[in-house]
Ligand binder design. Structure first.
Ligand SMILES: [Zn+2]
Length: 397
């Protein structure tokens, strides 16, 4: 099989320090060697050369939480009350032209690839959307389960099972205020990965603890349904008591959590996906991103939906994570690569340049900065993107 030597001004392998004048050799869809360009040239004299001066070569970004089907539903509603935002999302989804979800997913997926995201964990909440996933890239679908009452659980699971079976990566019970305990238990009993929005808003925390507040009085009254029975405790505790907090659990947002919850997540081996731009827009609140990293919790970054974050820009999430969590640039880059892989159970198959890993990568024009990590965060649109060694966007395509 023909080998390719791809190199750049800086190689940022994520696993290990950046290498000036570094590169990698790939054969087929795999990385076979990583190092300095001149050493690789000697070791692989027949490899086809592909150099990207002025760029960093980085593992493909891993967007660990997205809603691609919401790509075409307009700009984010103005920030305000959380219940009002959920109602507006429901209104726009209901007003969307029928049968258009696959088109929206395809457009969102194309944008992800153009921005260098070669792995995307996508909540699939609308029937037919999965037909929009392109052949290139890795699309980890989490069909959404919404069931406020026990008598809705079987039908909700059947609908989720019919969605995206060939891209299935787990299931996504939506949130503690749209999923009853019986639905959570049913998903838990499946034994696969479970992705759930947790502790996103103060309104959710109030509902979980008391059963009241704007989630009941505004959201559910407006849609004319009864909310699920509230667990009477913090949502992280609810998950733990239900036996649904473990290494296959992925908690999205985790804004309103205390040190005890962080410790519990670490003890159970659960993963967290932070969406800093979404949180900033909806409430201005910040997840304890520093505490998660210091505790050793696996942390990925996600763009959430364009209706809260404004778009699919994972580099923007990294920049806001640096500002809002006090992360160093390299911590943000790691969360958007290796961290996302850990959360999704992908191990070292993607998210770092190591021999044997998939050749998912991007050449990113370096911006200004003191070191390669800063210069990556100051970068812009990738000049080239490869998935499994194949060009999928930019000058590589
Ligand atoms: Zn979400």
């Amino acid at each position: 099989m023909a080998e390719a030597l791809v190199s750049a001004s800086w190689l940022v392998p994520v696993e290990g320090p950046p290498v000036e004048g570094g590169g990698l050799v790939c054969s087929g869809d795999r990385i076979v060697a990583v190092g300095r360009k001149r050493d690789l040239s000697r070791a692989f004299p027949a490899a086809v050369r592909n150099d990207w001066p002025g760029c960093a070569l980085i593992p493909g970004w891993i967007n660990a939480h997205a809603h691609l089907e919401l790509t075409d539903l307009g700009d984010p509603p103005p920030p305000g009350d959380f219940a009002g935002w959920v109602l507006e999302v429901i209104r726009r989804k209901r007003a969307a032209p029928p049968g258009g979800w696959a088109r929206a997913v395809a457009r969102g997926a194309r944008r992800c690839l153009d921005l260098g995201q070669t792995t995307v964990a996508d909540v699939a909440g609308c029937d037919g959307g999965a037909a929009g996933y392109p052949a290139a890239g890795r699309w980890c679908a989490f069909p959404e389960v919404i069931a406020e009452r026990p008598d809705q659980v079987a039908a909700a699971l059947a609908r989720a099972d019919a969605r995206a079976p060939e891209h299935r990566w787990g299931l996504s019970p939506h949130a503690p205020y749209t999923v009853c305990g019986e639905a959570l238990a049913a998903v838990r009993d499946r034994g696969g990965r479970l992705m759930i929005h947790v502790a996103e808003s103060t309104e959710e925390i109030a509902f979980c603890r008391t059963g009241g507040g704007p989630i009941r009085d505004r959201l559910f009254r407006t849609i004319g349904q009864a909310p699920p029975v509230a667990p009477g405790c913090h949502p992280v505790v609810w998950l733990d008591r239900a036996g649904a907090l473990g290494p296959a659990t992925i908690l999205v947002h985790c804004v309103h959590v205390g040190a005890d919850h962080v410790g519990l997540l670490r003890a159970r081996g659960a993963g967290v996906v932070l969406c800093p731009r979404s949180n900033r827009h909806l409430s201005g609140a910040r997840a304890p991103g520093r505490a998660f990293l210091d505790a050793g919790v696996a942390v990925g970054l996600g763009t959430d939906s364009p209706l809260s974050s404004g778009g699919l820009d994972l580099l923007g999430e990294m920049r806001v994570a640096v500002e809002d969590y006090g992360w160093r640039p390299e911590e943000a880059v790691r969360a958007a690569t290796r961290g996302g892989a850990a959360v999704l159970g992908l191990g070292r198959a993607v998210g770092a340049f190591v021999p044997g890993a998939r050749a998912d990568m991007l050449a990113l024009p370096l911006g200004p900065g003191r070191d390669p990590w800063e210069r990556v965060l100051a970068g812009e649109r990738p000049a080239a993107v490869w998935s499994g060694g194949r060009p999928v966007a930019g000058g590589a395509a």
